[in-house]
Design a protein around this ligand. Structure first.
Ligand SMILES: [Ca+2]
Ligand SMILES: [Ca+2]
Length: 287
């Protein structure tokens, strides 16, 4: 209780007007609750009764309609059976005809299918044959081309060999002619030198065999060394002959060599030394 209520005198054992009103309200709420409970209970009972009655109704209807349903079923069964009985042969016929149609189609198309297979085989065989012919043709042509190439190469090789042979023969011929010409010229030179030697006498002849030379010490030493092939410091008959053969291209007569050596070899030892060579090359020099 608040102080405000205390101010109204509610706490002093005396029922105030407000307190009486609150009690009335409380009673009223109790009555409402009670009424509501009655309504709920009554509704539940009514719903149960309705369910019960409906069940009874459905059962009743089912009971009453069953004979009718049976009657209808009984009456329609012959019709249904009749339909089934009548359609069964038709179904068999349809299936049979379909089977027959398939067989007939297979039979009818068998020749055509056989022809297609046969023609395919023929086409395949023809293709194989064509490819083989083409391959054989290519191989044949390749072989021919290879043979032609080989033949061409052989002809070219033969031609080259022939021309080489001809060129070699021509070269040999040319060399032979040149050799003969050179030999002829050498022979003439030797003959000329021999003739000059005979006319000039041994000393001047000796000089003429070497032609015009440098008669200084240096020039004669160089020439002497060229003739003295083995560098012994003395010239032998053989060394003299070798040098003159070099100069004239042909062997000089041995008689000339003997005369030249005898003319130069003043100490008569059979050899010509540098001093003897210088003397004879400078003696009474004929231009
Ligand atoms: Ca010598
Ligand atoms: Ca000598």
């Amino acid at each position: 209780m608040g102080k405000g209520m205390a101010a109204d005198g509610f706490c002093c054992g005396v029922r105030s007007k407000d307190e009486s009103q609150a009690e009335e309200k409380f009673d009223l709420i109790g009555k409402i609750t009670e009424g509501t409970n009655v309504i709920v209970e009554t509704s539940k009972a009514a719903a149960t009764a309705t369910m019960e009655k409906s069940k009874e109704g459905v059962t009743f209807i089912a009971e009453k309609t069953q004979p009718a349903t049976d009657f209808v079923a009984e009456k329609t069964k012959p019709a249904t059976d009749f339909v089934a009985e009548k359609t069964a042969p038709v179904t068999d016929v349809v299936v049979g005809k379909a089977k027959e149609g398939y067989s007939a189609t297979m039979d009818a198309t068998a020749p055509a299918r056989a022809v297609i297979v046969e023609k395919s085989m023929e086409a395949a065989t023809a293709t194989m044959d064509g490819a083989k012919v083409a391959a054989d043709f290519t191989a044949e042509k390749s072989k021919e081309a290879a043979t032609a190439t080989m033949d061409g190469a052989k002809v070219a090789a033969d031609f080259t060999a022939e021309k080489s042979k001809e060129a070699a023969a021509a070269t040999m011929e040319g060399a032979k002619v040149a050799g003969e010409w050179t030999a002829e010229m050498s022979a003439k030179a030797v003959a000329g030198a021999t003739e000059a030697f005979e006319k000039l006498g041994d000393v001047a002849g000796f000089q003429s065999m070497f032609g015009l030379v440098d008669t200084s010490d240096e020039g004669l030493e160089k020439l002497f060394n060229d003739v003295d092939d083995d560098g012994s410091g003395e010239i032998t008959d053989a060394e003299m002959k070798t040098m003159l053969t070099k100069i004239y291209g042909s062997a000089v007569n041995d008689d000339i060599i003997t005369k030249m050596m005898a003319a130069a070899d003043t100490d008569k030892n059979g050899l010509v030394d540098l001093a003897e060579f210088k003397v004879i090359m400078r003696a009474d020099r004929v231009a």
